[in-house]
Ligand binder design. Structure first.
Ligand SMILES: *Cc1c(COP(=O)(O)O)cnc(C)c1O
Length: 395
């Protein structure tokens, strides 16, 4: 039986999207098709599949059944027409941007993109004659003005990493469309449980699947979703340049995605409680979390995010980096690692995590203090996480 979950709610889509048809051999689970290539006895059939006149697979750099199931699941969750996947989130970012742009084009983006994305915009696009204008993330007037000067692409990320700034997607998308530009939004932090950029006017949405989508910090991957023709353009670039997702990683991501809603709802709740606790703590100078009423873009976040405000927050300790060095090793219920979105709580300073690619000088220019701690709440019990924080902060 072919299931149709297009109109189902997010929890149902997480379980069933991408698995509308039963896999061959009566298995109930998406099989790991660990095969580079696919063979055909009938040459006419082979040619028809190769030309796209018939459904099927030819070579796993192009398409693979396990990888297709992953793409279908995320496509369903984001409510998109089409999707394609990549070996990592950065492959999703770079392949999408390279596929959409050519020399002489102009890009408008924000200063607070993920470290790797930021470095890509600073280092690699100017090298091939693409002008990049990085705007103040929380200044939509400046973004509108820069977009009005003409650009081919507007690249957004919200909430941002690691200071959880929020960009008004619909407002910026409107300005972009008035100027004939396309909008790409990195939805890694919010996940489709909390935010649907395509509904807010973004043309494409992309993810590092290595974070919340997979959720178990055991597989790298990336994905982009959007209108069929645009995704086709990005897919074509990726099938030639080769940053394809591995079938085993795709299997782990499919498995992780089934519990996406359960995990993210818990992480939303944990992060909210922790942010409220830290805001009152005398050892903490600042807390960044879009769910707090004190967050400068809380109203925008409330309008464009629906399920919650995500599992990641960050805070600045009084006492500078020395305080961070004393505090972080005292946390028992946390990995100190360059990751986020996993079932385990994961913490780290941006100088070794999100912005390791960025120099200390550029981090300072980006408003990322060395005493900042990024905290990605896992699915542990909130009370245990709060006691752990309380103990670690008591020095
Ligand atoms: C981690 C991350 C990326 C890069 O993803 P990788 O899978 O590590 O390549 C891109 N954007 C955001 C917001 C991220 O957190």
């Amino acid at each position: 039986m072919k299931r149709n979950v297009a109109k189902a709610s997010i929890g149902t889509k997480a379980v069933w999207a991408g698995e509308e048809e039963s896999p061959p051999g009566s298995s109930t689970q998406v099989p790991i098709v660990q095969s580079v290539t696919f063979g055909y006895e009938n040459l006419d059939e082979w040619r028809d599949v190769a030309l796209g006149h018939r459904v099927g697979h030819i070579y796993s750099r192009n398409t693979n059944p396990t990888v297709s199931a992953f793409e279908g699941k995320v496509r369903g969750l984001e409510g998109a027409e089409a999707s394609t996947s990549f070996a990592s989130g950065m492959a999703a970012v770079t392949n999408t941007v390279f596929a959409l742009l050519k020399s002489g084009d102009r890009v408008v983006t924000i200063k607070d993109t993920y470290g790797g994305t930021n470095q890509f915009f600073r280092e690699f696009l100017p090298k091939i004659g693409i002008e990049v204008r990085m705007c103040d993330t929380t200044n939509p007037d400046q973004m509108e003005e820069e977009i009005g000067k003409g650009c081919r692409l507007v690249y957004l990320e919200t909430p941002t990493n690691p200071t959880l700034k929020v960009v008004d997607i619909s407002r910026v998308a409107k300005a972009a469309h008035d100027s004939g530009a396309v909008v790409v939004t990195d939805n890694t932090f919010a996940t489709p449980v909390n935010q649907l950029p395509l509904k807010l006017g973004s043309d494409m949405v992309l993810h590092s699947a290595s974070k919340f989508l997979g959720g178990h910090a055991d597989a790298l991957g990336g994905v982009v979703c959007g209108p069929r023709e645009m995704v086709k353009q990005v897919f074509h670039y990726r099938e030639i340049t080769g940053a394809a997702l591995d079938p085993f990683a795709a299997y782990l991501l499919v498995r992780g995605l089934k519990t996406l809603q359960l995990r993210v709802e818990r992480q939303n709740a944990n992060a909210m409680k922790i942010a409220e606790y830290l805001e009152e703590h005398p050892g903490v100078a600042e807390v960044h979390y879009p769910g707090l009423g004190s967050h400068p873009q809380h109203d925008v976040a409330r309008r464009q995010m629906h399920g919650g405000y995500g599992g990641v927050l960050s805070f600045v300790l009084k006492g500078g980096y020395r305080a961070v060095r004393r505090f972080l090793p005292r946390l028992a219920l946390a990995h100190r690692a360059a990751n986020l979105g996993a079932v385990e709580t994961t913490v780290g300073p941006p100088s070794t995590t999100s912005h390791v690619e960025v120099s200390a000088r550029n981090r300072a220019a980006m408003g990322i203090p060395e005493a900042l701690v990024r905290y990605s709440a896992g699915i542990e019990d909130a009370d245990d996480l709060l006691s752990d924080l309380k103990r670690a902060l008591s020095v």
